[in-house]
Design a protein around this ligand. Structure first.
Ligand code: RIB
Ligand code: CA
Length: 313
């Protein structure tokens, strides 16, 4: 086995963030250098507390957690308690953490880590609004060439928006940060709603987690049950889109996904379509192809990967 891939997970937990973090911590293919938290699903104090709780649940108090930006670069913060509940991790009663966050700010940690490791060896995995990443690129433009890859959950094209008719939540909350990221020239792989809406949980999968009956699988079952209620009510059908673990699953088993290398630009000015990811899917412009935009997933392979890993924690 080669050396584990070094990653920083930037996150706004959120039930699906929690599953993504647990998947990463369970993988021998990944070396989670640290978690950086950002305001998003719930305010920063809660996303940060939730990140600590998740590491505690996984028995990984060795993973450093750094708090980042408490509001987007330009707009007021928009949160999503209607989806994630007041705590951001409704559905499982996780123990309070027995360890604290690092003193260093998340943005400084991201810059320092990228400068401190060989160029092209650290991958950034943003699972929430891109505020921390955008701020880091603004503060230290030199890191753009040092980032191995940015694999993010965000955006939507054929699937359209989930927080407005035009925009997906992570990009909508901080479109200015997203614009900085998509124009930075880094290698970017995007997990938009186009693919995450095909990564739907099922009753059978949740029941399987409960039958494994470990603290982690029981917590994930509870979190997913809670998270599902919103999407089932909104979209009908069964199952909730497990958005954020797609980012980590891609790093572990990339052939679960397929997509297209296209130009993606971010709407930042329009009131109506703020945060829209405008993907030139049919190549009708000569704009640079700056992102691998995923559109398909092997849904069963994805959930098998999740079960295989989560049961080991
Ligand atoms: O739109 C889905 C995204 O917004 C996910 O990352 C979810 O956790 C929320 O942050
Ligand atoms: Ca998230």
């Amino acid at each position: 086995m080669g050396t584990a891939r070094k990653i920083i997970i930037d996150t706004d937990p959120g039930q699906d963030d929690a599953v993504a973090i647990l998947l990463a911590l369970a993988s021998n293919d990944l070396d989670v250098l640290g978690l950086t938290t950002v305001a998003g699903n719930v305010p920063l104090d809660l996303t940060t507390l939730n990140a600590l709780k998740i590491c505690e649940l996984a028995g990984r108090k060795d993973v450093p957690v750094f708090a980042g930006c408490d509001r987007p670069l330009r707009h007021d913060l928009v949160t999503a308690e209607h989806v994630h509940g007041k705590t951001g991790l409704d559905g499982a009663d996780l123990s309070d953490p027995s360890f604290s966050i690092q003193d260093q700010n998340a943005v400084d940690y991201i810059v320092e880590t990228l400068r401190g490791h060989d160029a092209g060896t650290v991958t950034l995995c943003p699972l929430g609004p891109l505020t921390n990443i955008g701020a880091a690129l603004q503060q230290a433009p030199d890191i753009a060439d040092r980032i191995a890859e940015i694999v993010l959950m965000g955006g939507a094209y054929f699937e359209v928006g989930n927080i407005t008719p035009a925009a997906e939540f992570n990009i909508f909350v901080d479109p200015e940060a997203a614009e900085i990221v998509f124009k930075a020239g880094c290698k970017i792989t995007v997990m938009p709603l186009d693919v995450t809406h095909k990564a739907l949980t099922s009753r059978a999968w949740i029941d399987e987690l409960r039958s494994i009956n470990t603290p982690v699988t029981n917590a994930v079952a509870g979190l997913t049950d809670f998270f599902e209620r919103f999407d089932v009510a909104k979209y009908g059908g069964t199952g909730a889109p497990l958005h954020d673990p797609c980012v980590i699953a891609y790093l572990i088993q990339p052939d679960l996904f397929s997509g297209r290398n296209v130009n993606v630009e971010i709407e930042t000015e329009s009131k109506l379509t703020r945060g829209m990811t405008v993907a030139d899917w049919w190549g009708v412009t000569d704009r640079p192809k700056n992102a691998m935009f995923m559109g398909d997933i092997d849904r069963n392979g994805y959930f098998s990967l999740l079960t295989q890993h989560l049961r080991t924690l």
